[in-house]
Ligand binder design. Sequence first.
Ligand code: ZN
Length: 160
Amino acid sequence: MKISKDVVVSIEYTLRDDNGNVLDSSEGGEPLAYLHGNGNLIPGLEAQLEGKAANDTLKVVVAPADGYGELDAAQIVSVPKSQFAGVTDLAVGMQFTASGPEGQHVVTVTKIEDDTITVDGNHPLAGQTLTFDVKIIDVREATEEELSHGHVHGAGGHHH
Ligand code: ZN
């Protein structure tokens, strides 16, 4: 069967950045299972999988706008170190949940200078062109329960 809305798709994939560095891969683990057409994958990847079938392999290049978004300079802000009072061993790369006008989001510490801390609220993959090498392992009908939840249950999916 071909991939279309509301079918369950299992894929093996390797994700690389602009420089060919591997960012993520299913290698060595279970294939990733997702419910097609429900926003479970980034839009640029999901669109290219439409109409494909088991055993197909493809390379998908996803521009930032169809992936994790463009880098937004407004999301990079400097804050006084006093806002991190109580945090021991503050270091570059630490992540915190911040509350803003659009709700909670994760920020990453990117620079520490004396009493000023720079945090970046962009997704770590924002602004990057992503290349996925994908092999489609399986395509199956979704269960009623999976459709009502909007995600896959069991192997490679959610467990709850
Ligand atoms: Zn569920």
